[in-house]
Write a protein that binds this ligand. Structure first.
Ligand code: PRP
Ligand code: URA
Length: 216
């Protein structure tokens, strides 16, 4: 894994053994769409566990069958999960299993294969997006163009507190998001080596959308 001092505090790399194990199977070219989907969902759930570590708690009193006790419940902002279509959809269900009350917004972007620049085709967000903890989810952070554009759309529509959850990041994508987007923390299961001439992450896992939906 690549670690850089200047990323400190803005990039969280998740190296839990379960995550590393599942990511290895996900990368494997022999993994079919059914298992791929299941792994993306599980990885998203594990990531959400870490990405919610800073959520606020409030004290409460609960009566157990034995006695009353002081304990804690979530008390901070509510959550909005925002998948970048298409591949981000694969991460939504895993997060909703942990946080069933979260709202889901959608940002539709595809990467122009020639220019590698993101093209927007859809955006539908919860009305109170400005009051929510926003988690943008997308398995791949390659050039960073899609993620940076998604953050820009969300900011323009009032979003304030934004985290970006990706399974695999390229150093180039991290640099771009950190440069373009203030106050965004990136959570990644792995930071890979580089991008190839077609903008694919190396070693990566290939095209996440095609592998999720079996379109190639
Ligand atoms: C993939 C991926 C990201 C984007 C990353 O989506 O899911 O959204 O590429 O690349 P970038 O960091 O260089 O912008 P793609 O454009 O292939 O669309 P899809 O999800 O519809 O397949
Ligand atoms: N999008 C993908 O799906 N995979 C990559 O490696 C880069 C962008």
């Amino acid at each position: 894994m690549i670690e850089r001092a200047e990323w400190a505090g803005r990039v969280v790399q998740m190296d839990h053994p379960l995550i590393r194990h599942k990511l290895s199977i996900l990368r494997d070219v022999r993994t079919g769409a059914k298992d791929f989907r299941e792994l993306v969902k599980e990885l998203a759930m594990l990531m959400a566990f870490e990405a919610t570590r800073d959520f606020q708690l409030a004290q409460t009193i609960v009566a157990t069958p034995i006695t009353e006790t002081t304990t804690h419940v979530l008390a901070g902002k509510k959550v909005a999960v925002i998948p970048i279509l298409r591949a981000g959809l694969g991460m939504v269900d895993g997060i909703l299993e942990l946080m069933p009350a979260a709202r889901v917004g959608h940002v539709g972007l595809y990467r122009d294969p020639e220019t590698l620049e993101p093209v927007e085709y859809y955006c539908k967000l919860p009305e109170d997006i400005g009051e929510r903890e926003v988690m943008i989810v997308d398995p791949m952070l390659a050039t960073g163009g899609s993620a940076s554009a998604a953050v820009e759309f969300l900011r323009a529509r009032g979003a304030r507190s934004i985290k970006l959850l990706v399974l695999i990041a390229a150093p180039e994508g991290i640099e771009r998001v950190l440069a373009d987007c203030e106050d965004v923390t990136i959570y990644a299961c792995a930071v890979d080596d580089h991008l190839n001439d077609h903008g694919y992450i190396v070693p990566g896992l290939g095209d996440a959308g095609d592998r999720l939906f079996g379109t190639k």
